[in-house]
Design a binder for this molecule. Structure first.
Ligand SMILES: [Zn+2]
Ligand SMILES: [Zn+2]
Length: 314
């Protein structure tokens, strides 16, 4: 069954989704004798092993390049929410850096399309989470490159806190807090990695992991909608994303990572207050006793040092 568990003593909230326990694991050798491929539900030719597509990006030959399907092992089912998977390639490629330019641009466009699709169907105060887990240490259970989208009728607590802060900043200063922060980062250059194609690549002021990096629109934008409507924009963002991931990959020796898109909540937030960003979080440090005890992260690299190293690789 699915359930929300709320702890009245700590304020902690936990989601139980028993269906997830049944999901296959391609990183488990016993289940993956052939190294993926033939038995992989995400490979082209095995479409009958997944639910029907809810969206597809088609190549010049009319075949799908990337497709979106409902998650067979969902963390959310209606009315609690919806959970989709974006299958990022026809072939059994594991890494984002293995996708070709056309595939990655198609993936990025599908991300933006599905975020907009769910936002339009979501009540005020709801939220869309888009994330990608690359490598088992980042939480991936299937090797075939994929990302996930969850739409919920209620925003997570962490998003609500950020949202309240953004709106109070807008009220106090009349401007977007992120635009101001980005301009200060650009001027100081201390945590600045690069600017390219209308995107800024910056290390955050308080990185949770070594080499954590954010990609933000250089000009104010609350979401990724532009990537759904312009082929040029999706190709440009895909190129910036690839260069960022490649720089992090080189600096971390191919560490697993998570990508998290931080877009404006569904209706109910002032879109002038919310500046979207895409976070890339390498998973070098595990969540250990300290992190679990305090809710804080313990990391080992200053963001200024990370930015200097990534800027050289970018
Ligand atoms: Zn596959
Ligand atoms: Zn802004």
């Amino acid at each position: 069954m699915d359930a929300w568990l709320d702890d009245p003593l700590t304020g902690r909230r936990v989601r139980i989704a028993e269906a997830r326990a049944k999901r296959p694991n391609q990183f488990d050798d016993a289940q993956n004798d052939d190294g993926g491929g033939s038995g992989c539900p995400f490979c082209a030719g095995n479409e009958s092993q997944t639910p029907a597509s809810t969206a597809e990006a088609l190549g010049a030959d009319g075949r799908w390049l990337a497709r979106v399907v409902p998650n067979r092992f969902p963390a959310y089912t209606p009315p609690d929410g919806d959970h989709e998977v974006v299958i990022e390639s026809r072939s059994h490629r594991a890494r984002l850096l293995d996708l070709d330019e056309t595939e990655l641009a198609a993936v990025v466009r599908l991300w933006a399309e599905r975020l907009a699709y769910w936002r339009e169907r979501c009540a005020a105060g709801g939220y869309q989470l888009l994330f990608k887990n690359e490598g088992p240490r980042a939480g991936a259970s299937l090797e075939h490159a994929h990302s996930q989208l969850i739409s919920r009728p209620e925003a997570p607590q962490a998003i609500r806190r950020e949202w309240d802060h953004a709106e109070s900043q807008l009220t106090a200063t009349g401007g977007c807090a992120w635009c101001g922060w980005l301009e200060r980062e650009r001027q100081s250059g201390e945590r600045w990695v690069a600017a390219a194609e209308g995107w800024a690549v910056v290390c955050p002021p308080a990185p949770r992991q070594p080499m954590e990096t954010w990609i933000l629109p250089s000009e104010h934008e609350p979401g990724l909608d532009r990537l759904a409507t312009s082929a040029r924009a999706s190709a440009a963002f895909a190129a910036v994303l690839r260069r960022t991931v490649a720089a992090i990959d080189a600096e971390t020796g191919g560490a697993a990572w998570n990508l998290i898109a931080h877009v404006a909540p569904a209706a109910g937030v002032d879109r002038a207050a919310w500046h979207c960003r895409v976070e890339i979080l390498p998973r070098l440090n595990t969540l250990a006793g300290y992190e679990l005890a305090t809710g804080e992260n313990l990391s080992t690299v200053m963001p200024e040092a990370a930015a200097a190293r990534l800027a050289e690789r970018f």
